[in-house]
Design a binder for this molecule. Structure first.
Ligand SMILES: Nc1ncnc2c1ncn2[C@@H]1O[C@H](COP(=O)(O)OP(=O)(O)O)[C@@H](O)[C@H]1O
Ligand SMILES: [Mg+2]
Length: 237
């Protein structure tokens, strides 16, 4: 018997920041090569799920498996080393460092200069900016740098928290294009997005959260046509 091993498997994740539970038993899976979206209104608990699976939530129970390995009790650093990359909602680059320094300081990257050149192939706009301070980048370039940084250690999966939130509307499509290309380079994606429709359009699976619970889940295409989506979540961007 050969069971399919999901790349990421989360079971009965619950917890919060104090003694009050914010998330109440989340089950979620990401298969290799998949893009999976978590959507839901503001305050639904999306970022809290992300923090819990990354080892950044003060109090948590449940299980997190990465490629079949139980990482539930690992520190955030050890999860990173196991192949879980994270692009936070804000503060995802060091503004006072140059673009080059931002890429070279990522920990745990063997042959870091060669790896930087490999990663930059997909981000040509950053090549011209290498000596500049990351704080001087435009919003779109900054997001490219955040993605490039996350890719430096060759992660198995990238966790993105609202990658389009801080961007001008004209740049949103470009970010979704970057996300869509990740599986081709062997990186699966778990993405939190307020722009549910656009995110689901490039996703394989989707999960809709409300008040710390998953209230709807399924294949992204099916969710897009599901009338319960409109009732639960008015993400008609
Ligand atoms: N650092 C924190 N300390 C205490 N409560 C928090 C913290 N971060 C978020 N919360 C609370 O947890 C709930 C879910 O927040 P969050 O996971 O950030 O939602 P979302 O990302 O879906 O907008 C909200 O009620 C929020 O106020
Ligand atoms: Mg959030």
């Amino acid at each position: 018997m050969s069971a399919v091993v999901n790349l990421l498997q989360i079971a009965q994740l619950r917890g919060g920041y104090s003694d009050v539970d914010i998330i109440h038993g989340i089950d979620l899976a990401v298969a290799p090569g998949e893009i999976v979206t978590i959507a839901g209104t503001n305050g639904a608990g999306k970022s809290t799920v992300v923090k819990a699976l990354l080892g950044l939530l003060p109090r948590v129970s449940g299980t997190v498996l990465l490629n079949g390995r139980d990482i539930t009790r690992l520190s955030a650093e050890d999860r990173f080393d196991a192949g879980l990359a994270y692009v936070p909602q804000v503060a995802n680059v060091f503004p006072s460092l140059t673009v080059r320094e931002n890429l070279l300081v990522v920990r745990g990257v063997p042959n870091v200069r060669r790896r930087m050149d490999e990663v930059l192939v997909d981000f040509p706009a950053l090549v011209e900016r290498l000596p500049q301070s990351a704080g001087d980048l435009s919003g779109g370039e900054r997001q490219q740098l955040a993605f490039a940084r996350a890719l430096m250690p060759s992660p198995r999966i990238m966790v993105l928290d609202e990658p389009t939130a801080a961007l001008a509307p004209s740049l949103v499509g470009k970010v979704f294009d970057m996300v869509r290309k990740l599986p081709a380079s062997g990186v699966a994606v778990l993405m939190v997005e307020q722009r549910a429709r656009q995110a689901l359009q490039i996703s394989h699976q989707g999960y809709i959260l409300d008040q710390g619970r998953c209230v709807l889940q399924g294949q992204a295409q099916a969710l897009l046509g599901d009338e319960r989506m409109a009732q639960l979540y008015l993400g008609n961007h």
